[in-house]
Design a protein around this ligand. Structure first.
Ligand SMILES: [Zn+2]
Length: 230
């Protein structure tokens, strides 16, 4: 079997911690769901917009476990599915680069999170949250409002079967006061706009209420169309 950068994550980093899970949800299975498969995925993606808010919190927590020689800590949390098995799960990752130089262990948060899901048989990343300090010249030279996945991760997303151009990305800064929501496709095609035009906050109860009441409904059809129009 072809191996890739996901399979390169050592088993020691694949243990599920508190709050990570695989849940059975039989209604997700294609054979039970009566509509066309792309509609099931679209509805799942819309549902994942709520799960991603939780994932942003998870990513924040897991960044504290990063092993970085320069104390640049990244957290990620992936919302993953397997529609054949009727399962979904949430998996956390953090960056691991304890020494400088290229020969040492070098794992990225997104890579570790997805590796955990793959190791549990989940084969589709519907959304992933990425948490880091965006004010870092090395990691974010173009000074995006939130840290975008690095070029190595963008290449990984293109190479692995779990991620599609429609996979949702929620980026956030250190206190979740600046968040961005976009798709993998927009990472490589600047003509594709973010799902939400302006950065938004997920910091306070009011912010979360605004997200549920205003932002999610506003992008409902956009996200549905990602899956049903292609
Ligand atoms: Zn990366």
């Amino acid at each position: 079997m072809k191996t890739d950068i996901i399979d390169a994550v050592p088993a020691a980093f694949l243990t599920l911690g508190a709050g990570e899970y695989v849940h059975d949800s039989p209604t997700l299975r294609g054979e039970i769901y009566s509509g066309p498969p792309e509609t099931l995925e679209a509805r799942t993606a819309v549902g994942a917009l709520s799960k991603l808010v939780h994932a942003a919190d998870r990513a924040k927590d897991s960044s504290g476990r990063a092993l970085s020689w320069r104390n640049y800590n990244v957290g990620a949390s992936a919302v993953m599915f397997n529609f054949e098995l009727g399962q979904f799960g949430l998996f956390d990752g953090f960056n691991v680069k304890p020494e400088t130089g290229t020969s040492s262990l070098n794992l990225h948060a997104e890579q570790v999170a997805i590796a955990k899901g793959r190791s549990r048989g989940l084969n589709k990343v519907i959304g992933i949250s990425v948490y880091a300090d965006p004010f870092d010249d090395d990691a974010n030279p173009n000074m995006h409002a939130t840290l975008p996945p690095c070029s190595r991760c963008v290449q990984m997303f293109a190479d692995i079967p779990e991620v599609s151009p429609n996979t949702l990305v929620l980026g956030s800064n250190l206190d979740l006061s600046v968040c961005e929501l976009y798709t993998i496709a927009s990472l490589t095609d600047p003509a594709i706009p973010k799902l939400v035009d302006e950065p938004f906050s997920l910091q306070t109860e009011d912010d979360l209420e605004h997200y549920d009441r205003v932002i999610r409904p506003a992008i409902f059809f956009t996200v549905m169309n990602l899956y049903t129009a292609s």
